[in-house]
Design a protein around this ligand. Sequence first.
Ligand code: ATP
Ligand code: MG
Length: 783
Amino acid sequence: RGPSRDALLEGLNEPQRAAVMHEGAPLLVVAGAGSGKTRVLTRRIAWLISERRAHPGSILAITFTNKAAAEMKERVEDLVGKRARIMWVSTFHSACVRILRKESDKLGYKSNFSIYDAADQKRLMTLVCNDLDLDPRRYQPGALLHWVSNQKNELRDPEDATKDARNNLEETYAAAYTTYQRRLREANALDFDDLIMATVHLLQTFPEVRETYRRRFRHVLVDEYQDTNHAQYALIHQLCADNPEDLDSTEERVEPAELMVVGDADQSIYAFRGANIRNILDFEQDFPNATSILLEQNYRSTQTILNAANAVIGHNKGRKEKRLWSEAGDGDRIVGYVADDERDEARFVSEEIDTLVDEKAARPGDVAIFYRTNAQSRVFEEVFIRTGQPYKVVGGVRFYERREVRDALAYLRMLVNPADQVSLRRILNTPKRGIGDRAVACVQALADRDRIIFWEALQRAEDAPGLATRSLSAIQAFVAMVQELQSMVDAGERADVVLESVLARSGYLTSLEESDDPQDETRLENLAELVAVAREFAEDPLAGPSADPTDVEAGIVAPGLADFLERVALVADTDQIPDDDPDDQGVVTLMTLHTAKGLEFPVVFLTGLEDGVFPHARALGDQPELEEERRLAYVGVTRARARLYISRAVVRSAWGAPSHNPGSRFLDELPVDLVDWRRTEAAQAQWGRPDLSGSAGQRLGAPTVAGRRNFSAAAVRADAAARAKPAREIPSLEPGDRVLHDSFGMGTVVALEGVAEKAVASIDFGSEGVKRLLLRYAPVEKL
Ligand code: ATP
Ligand code: MG
């Protein structure tokens, strides 16, 4: 029983078949994006089970994500049935956990060891810094952890690190590593990097254990091999190399497992996590009798998309030239759009999706939106929430659920409502300011005794029984800070101004800025986003995260902090959208370029193509980093099957100061005839929109001869779309004027603030109450 030979080889070209049927020597399949590497790997597993009678339990297949593992398993099960279930298809980390749960006693761990995530690691390393009395200005836990992680990826234990320390700094780092590792052990815990390193050590130290697994895994297959680090390479080597050095001559030799790895050096995008591109480049040296197979035909994308990908990646130096081709035909040209700002960009994307869906050219589930950094998802999320477009954010927490965003909002909530205990307690010692659990307990005791709220008890902390002097002064400093911030709120200060003061005064920003942890950099970006949201809200409450369209219609204006928080709460609440809608149309997918690896979508929007955004600012002056960014661009472009959109914003807001970014240099690397620019910066000027390009943004998004040909019609359409926002004649009013409002009826103007676009009128509508209305939107007519 089982599938026929033909069924297993169906839909494969010659070199693909050769890879599936290959026997014996280690096999490397190198090929560009979309050439069927993952398909070949999956088919080969089915082939091994079905044709070569391999026991499913003897197969170990490694994927880059758990999701990819689940999909691969499902595909194999479809082909050969349920017995495939017992094979190991997983990430490196999951495979190592399985091995370690069995063998951990040999390494001195109990089998119920904990696995520490990033937050746990951070907490632990902070303790270590205290243990060693390290100067917090010189040694941040994040930086120490990053260093430790690199050591582990290189399989260097604390002794190696200590022995090789060349100066004071390295000695201190090594000491921190030593203590950190000791504390992990005391907690019976392993961190993520340990999982791999400990498994390698296990196999190296206990040949009999290694032989057990070598005997067990007769077939090892690795997808995305270009992104393996040294420790992962060593693990593969332990299982598959011909002659493990230390094998006792009396022991029975086990034939090495058959190894197949697939990858694409042009898609190596995790160097910052220790991935080593040399692993794939040196495969033939590492496994001397290796064979390699090249795949060149792409089955995913149109030739237009491939030409774009080839052109961009061609700018990287020292790579093996390979040219992808496809039989899918040229397909549509790439669509380009230069937006005024990130909101305009999101609106363009949203409208374009609507059009595709209306014309039945795509379902929402066919569409993916990529961006360089997590924070960029926010504007898209808000536009989709407003238009009711279901979406999901893959890999990465939704914006309003992120820790730093919740922390910042907790500060604001607590300022508005000091009785909000949850918020108050959340930030009481965030960032750390010396108000520990003991101090909190003392204050709580006071609150209980005198039956007062926690905030009041904090203000009277000197009465708290048993409170240490140090804690008392920490609490008093905190109370003073909160009172100062509250007075800003009472004075009616704008939400963005309050938020910026909160982040600065609380020390929250400083604690992130001083850290070298790359995650903290992301957190800063997210907070910058939140400040931008608040600023936008303060300046134009209707453009903010409005979840209530009736507000927009009625033109109710409420720019205070409390209203801002309410709007945000609503957005955060409607955030819970189910993954799939009942009509099985799927939902639009948002993700960073890094998470997009290995996936494909009929329609792809590649957004934020600006120098300083993508490529990332950090990479602008650094050739290797720039090349990694370019590989990321190559990954992004090659995810698209039929339609690719590229866009950028002339102005992008962050931290209150909008920045004018020139177009991404990757745009200039695209052949001009491939792109149909729906809108360029030139279009903006020509069609009378405010020219925001400033002096920094002069470089055009490569307007092309071909682009100009159908320029005017497209530009008019794009311009009309961009103006979809309601705009109306602003009535000129004076206090005392009588007005008629579409829903509130007759009213009398009592006060006016702001001018022109920003003019706000307070109008007394009698029984409807006094409303503050932004006149640009409010449907009022002067009588
Ligand atoms: P990436 O580098 O992005 O991971 P890949 O090399 O792993 O890409 P796959 O995802 O395996 O490529 O394949 C790309 C697409 O082409 C998939 O939709 C796959 O089903 C299809 N495909 C692969 N080989 C063939 C073939 N011989 N005939 C038809 N379709 C194919
Ligand atoms: Mg793949």
